[in-house]
Design a protein around this ligand. Structure first.
Ligand code: ZN
Length: 294
């Protein structure tokens, strides 16, 4: 999507405008970029996306924390007396890595609405951290698989296991390349990559492994159970467990997005004249807006 401001066009998570803004490094946002230079983004985002480009800045564009993954930013642009705020993917609630996204007053708002349906009331992340910690403690001595996306969710769960349970989880190379960038930017994560001597040692006993979501299923758990001769359980950690069934032993509603109620509150705080919804179905939120406008 593109927005125009004071005669300039800005590509929001795509490079179609005069200026391109990249909110964060998740694949569905990065994939819209063919040119890899002159992108307004945080340094962390450029590193995670593997762009390796120099950071580009514009004096009329400010980056604000988005509370989503490492380096994720909202964009606030002001030119010729007009302003636009774009959230990218954002989480309003605080998490283990810090504060949630804060609203800022703007004329126009472009807001993501992945969970823009009122049936989504996502719990506070700290409640979910407790649930994960409780599950790993209850099943100590077993093999526990936790399915989590490789960028963002995997690192959040590594930190939860480190600080709530003093567990060093086994991780896969797919998430390790991102965890290394987290480390480079000062986010220390204690983990052991599968195949390393440290991982081999840990896997002599019960262990927790963070794997891509498609690997955390009963079939794979059964194979591990046979290979290691101990009980193996599987779990998944995503906001979608609120609406979908999973073939797992445990499901944790951990999300790095705002839910419907967060978005309504956020829109109130921004108090824009115009709102556009992206990355999801804005139908329910549009109704809320219409009601407010009478
Ligand atoms: Zn994202």
């Amino acid at each position: 999507m593109e927005v125009s401001l004071g005669g300039k066009s800005i590509g929001l998570d795509c490079n179609s405008g005069d200026i391109s803004f990249l909110s964060h490094a998740h694949g569905d946002h990065v994939s819209g970029f063919r040119k890899k230079d002159r992108i307004v983004a945080s340094e962390e985002t450029l590193a995670l996306a593997g762009f390796g480009a120099e950071k580009h800045t514009e004096s009329w564009i400010q980056l604000l924390d988005a509370g989503h993954i490492l380096g994720s930013r909202q964009m606030y642009a002001e030119l010729d007396g007009e302003s636009v705020l774009y959230t990218g993917d954002f989480r309003v609630k605080d998490g283990i890595f810090g504060k949630g996204a804060k609203a800022r007053n703007a004329d126009r708002l472009v807001v993501e609405c992945t969970y823009g349906d009122p049936r989504f009331r996502l719990p506070n992340p700290f409640e979910v951290y407790e649930q994960i910690a409780k599950w790993t403690k209850e099943n100590e001595g077993s093999i526990m698989l936790i399915g989590a996306y490789n960028l963002g969710k995997a690192q959040e769960i590594i930190r939860v296991l480190n600080s709530y349970c003093s567990i060093t989880p086994i991780v896969m190379p797919e998430s390790e390349k991102f965890s290394e960038v987290y480390g480079k930017y000062g986010v220390g994560l204690d983990r052991a990559v599968v195949g390393s001597p440290e991982a081999e040692e840990i896997m002599r006993g019960g262990f927790v492994a963070i794997v891509p979501p498609k690997l955390s299923n009963r079939g794979f758990a059964r194979k591990l159970s046979e290979a290691f001769g101990r009980q193996a359980l599987c779990a998944v950690a995503t906001g979608w467990v609120m609406s979908m069934r999973h073939n797992c032993d445990a499901a944790f509603p951990l999300s790095d997005h705002a839910d419907f109620y967060d978005i309504v509150e956020y829109m109130d705080a921004v108090n824009p004249k115009r709102v556009d919804f992206v990355h999801g179905e804005g139908e329910h939120l549009r109704k809320v807006l219409q009601k407010k406008l009478g």
